[in-house]
Ligand binder design. Structure first.
Ligand SMILES: Nc1nc2c(ncn2[C@@H]2O[C@H](COP(=O)(O)OP(=O)(O)O)[C@@H](O)[C@H]2O)c(=O)[nH]1
Ligand SMILES: [Mg+2]
Length: 289
């Protein structure tokens, strides 16, 4: 048995150190010992500051209360693993006496020039294989690269806030089209109701085959959180959204191939000098096969 199989065996019995080590190996690019995994994940995304981490903390409370385990992969675009912001996130998320039922892991995207696509799915599969029931991927949904990350999840929850700015950001990034369910957090604030209405009317303009529901929650008071967790259990996706997710995943794979190409440097140099065209550059990299 090799090292990662060893770790998997221990992780299956609930050994968290082994689980962490195994995830680190996979993050570093080693092959996962889980083949043909069937892990399923929920992506939670939304602009910075809308309360994603706070809400996940409250959702964790509900799951833990029901005796269900939760693993969170918190994707942070820039911070190193020990960053203060992440620690804050972690503190907010582990507010319950959740101990054995909760596992939180941060992933810094800056360690992955080609994106997280090579490790995200294997990590979800490993967590699932080790018995983690609810697997969450938290990403900051404020740009194209974050959409790429959240598209690896099987279901997507968009968290928005009462500020018009938040909502516009989510619309701009195209995240609303990917969401299977939308929540407006901070329902304790006066503008939340209006924000929910604005989102609903923005959605009704689209001609999708199923429009996502819009719920109001407050991570501070806990209002609506139990409903949200219940609704997530039965939420269905649409073929349109599935197609969009698959499309984003393909683009991720494409980007990763490009950025990991052994010909990248020489191609960039040639482009800089003007000795090849962009089309020739693309052809050159594709030749690699
Ligand atoms: N009023 C109010 N503030 C909230 C609520 N949820 C989160 N916040 C605050 O919003 C800020 C950002 O929260 P955080 O969970 O870090 O947001 P994230 O960046 O989306 O993960 C913090 O100051 C929270 O205390 C809520 O339901 N109501
Ligand atoms: Mg957060």
């Amino acid at each position: 048995m090799n090292k990662s199989e060893d770790l998997l065996e221990n992780a299956r019995t609930g050994n968290r150190r082994s689980l962490s080590k195994l995830l680190t190996l996979v993050e570093e690019g080693h092959n996962s010992p889980v083949q043909h995994g069937s892990g399923s994940s929920l992506g939670i995304t939304g602009p910075p500051g809308v309360g994603k981490s706070s809400l996940i903390g409250k959702m964790i409370d509900v799951w833990v209360e029901r005796g269900e385990s939760v693993a969170v992969l918190a994707v942070d675009p820039s911070s190193p693993r020990s960053g203060g912001a992440l620690l804050g996130d972690r503190m907010r998320m582990v507010n319950a006496d959740s101990s054995d039922l909760v596992f939180i892991r941060s992933l810094a995207t800056r360690n992955h020039p080609g994106g997280l696509m090579d490790c995200l799915t294997p990590m979800v599969d490993i967590l699932s294989e080790c018995g983690w029931k609810n697997i969450i991927i938290e990403t900051v949904g404020a740009g194209q690269s974050e959409i790429r990350v959240v598209a690896f999840a099987d279901r997507i929850l968009l968290v928005d806030g009462p500020d018009r700015g938040d909502i516009i950001q989510a619309e701009k990034a195209g995240i609303m089209e990917l969401a299977d369910l939308i929540v407006i957090n901070k329902s304790d604030l006066p503008e939340a109701e209006r924000a929910a209405k604005a989102v609903k009317s923005a959605l009704s303009v689209g001609e999708g085959d199923t429009t996502p529901d819009v719920l109001m929650v407050s991570a501070h008071s806990g209002q609506g959180v139990e409903d949200l967790v219940n609704q997530l259990e039965t939420v269905i996706t649409s073929t349109d959204r599935e197609r969009l997710r698959v499309r984003e995943r393909l683009i991720s794979a494409w980007d990763s191939t490009l950025l990991n190409s052994t010909k990248l440097d020489t191609t960039l140099q040639a482009l800089e000098k003007g000795s090849i065209t962009l089309q020739e550059a693309v052809d050159k990299i594709r030749e690699e096969g």
